[in-house]
Ligand binder design. Structure first.
Ligand SMILES: Nc1ncnc2c1ncn2[C@@H]1O[C@H](COP(=O)(O)OP(=O)(O)OP(=O)(O)O)[C@@H](O)[C@H]1O
Length: 328
């Protein structure tokens, strides 16, 4: 009998290939690798993040969506440097978020990330004008920007976000939409690598939400800032090229949108396609509506085809016929 197992040479070759493979997310600006965050309150443990994998490329504008309690804010607080993960790895612009010292963390929050929160009031200091709010991070960063250069930068950002007319107004003298646009200017003041926004349109009507989204797009296109927006707003989510859904503390599905040109008519159409996430252990989460429709539970049958994998309901029901018409 001949052995069909791998030879020693095969194993050595495989080990070398594994060793030389680039690390997960090595070319991404943001990489979360099997990220875990456990909260323990009154002896009860809540696993807010349960091995979340996510990569975001430099220059992306993407949305994170998910049901209440799925872990979105926990992830944003970690990326913002406000909270530390329990396990796993998280890197942003070359910074390791697990091993940063308190001092590194402060610099990280001042120089690498900018954030915009849902509560308009949380983003701006009420007793400062729009211009003073935008100038504040420039002054705090310790950069020796001269007063005139600072004023020019403030004016440029307010202009870019179309709130130049709010220059000398305090937050209570601005609309909610204007406040959020000034908040984006504040977040961009120190030219961060990443702008994080947690439900930035949550307190606004849909028209104003559209304007805020346009402001994020402007920042992304004109300044090249990488932007991650958590949103419940389907209109916002469908405006970006990539939407990642979080379910039970893990990334579950991803929708990619791209513009396709019809070869016959030359007309452009936006095509959206949903993908399921496959982790490095080969685990895949099937959408509940698919599994429920086909009555899939506990186990499924798999078949490798030339260019896809077939997933079938468990056919071991004693009759030997599952009605799928499969052979073998
Ligand atoms: N500081 C904390 N202490 C204990 N449990 C927490 C803490 N923060 C979050 N959690 C729990 O972790 C889970 C994830 O919460 P998280 O706020 O990240 O969800 P979310 O997706 O942002 O929800 P929402 O859309 O409602 O803001 C929830 O079960 C929540 O109760």
């Amino acid at each position: 009998m001949t052995s069909t197992g791998p030879t020693f040479a095969d194993l050595a070759h495989r080990a070398a290939a594994h060793r030389d493979r680039p690390a997960y997310g090595h070319d991404a600006l943001i990489t979360c690798d099997r990220l875990v965050r456990v909260f323990a309150t009154d002896g009860v443990e809540v696993q807010a993040l349960q091995g979340l994998d996510l990569t975001v490329r430099e220059g992306e504008l993407m949305a994170l969506v998910g049901a209440s309690g799925s872990g979105k804010s926990t992830l944003m607080n970690i990326l913002a440097g406000l909270d530390t993960p329990t396990a796993g790895a998280a890197r942003v612009a070359g910074r390791d978020l697990l091993t940063m010292t308190g001092r590194d963390r402060l610099r990280y929050r001042r120089e690498v990330v900018g954030f915009v929160w849902q509560q308009t009031a949380r983003n701006l200091l009420p007793y400062l004008t729009a211009a003073q709010n935008v100038a504040l991070p420039l002054r705090l960063s310790g950069s020796r920007t001269r007063r005139r250069a600072r004023a020019a930068r403030v004016a440029e950002l307010l202009e870019l976000l179309e709130v130049a007319d709010c220059h000398d107004r305090r937050p209570h003298e601005m609309s909610g939409g204007q406040q959020q646009r000034v908040a984006i200017a504040v977040a961009l003041a120190n030219s961060p690598d990443v702008l994080l926004a947690d439900e930035p349109t949550g307190e606004l009507d849909s028209h104003t939400a559209g304007q805020i989204f346009a402001a994020f797009r402007t920042a992304n296109e004109h300044l090249g800032t990488t932007i991650v927006i958590v949103t419940h707003d389907q209109a916002v989510a469908s405006e970006v090229r990539r939407t990642v859904a979080i379910r039970d503390g893990r990334t579950s599905t991803e929708v990619l949108r791209r513009t396709e040109v019809d070869a016959a008519t030359g007309e452009e159409a936006l095509v959206a396609r949903e993908y399921a996430m496959l982790d490095r252990a080969g685990r895949l989460q099937l959408p509940a509506e698919y599994t429920e429709t086909l009555g899939m539970r506990d186990r499924v049958a798999l078949e490798l085809e030339r260019d896809h994998i077939g997933v079938w309901p468990d056919d071991d029901n004693g009759s030997g016929d599952d009605g799928s018409g499969r052979t073998g």
